[in-house]
Design a protein around this ligand. Structure first.
Ligand SMILES: [Ca+2]
Length: 96
């Protein structure tokens, strides 16, 4: 069987997400809710408190990941956010 993909899909959309800590109601699932609003008060951004936080999403199945898109906040804190992104890993069943 040959599968032709004519449109990119987001395998993380509405999947189970986790982060090591949460600040100010910025629950981890907000990062994959399909809403890319970048103003925190609009209620669609995740937020951690610690500077060494980890966020992850379980895709629930094998997927080809060609790239990861991160929408940063535009209301403040951009410099802070990027200074804390250390690594992006794609893992399967605990193996990265
Ligand atoms: Ca969101």
């Amino acid at each position: 069987m040959l599968l032709f993909v004519t449109e990119l899909t987001n395998p993380a959309l509405n999947k189970s997400a986790y982060q090591t800590d949460t600040y100010n109601s910025g629950e981890p699932g907000l990062a994959v809710d399909g809403n890319t609003a970048q103003i925190y008060s609009e209620g669609s951004c995740t937020h951690t408190l610690s500077t060494d936080a980890t966020w992850e999403v379980d895709l629930g199945e094998m997927a080809v990941v060609e790239y990861v898109v991160i929408y940063d906040r535009v209301d403040c804190c951009r410099k802070t956010f990027y200074s804390f992104i250390d690594s992006v890993f794609v893992c399967s069943r605990g193996i990265c």
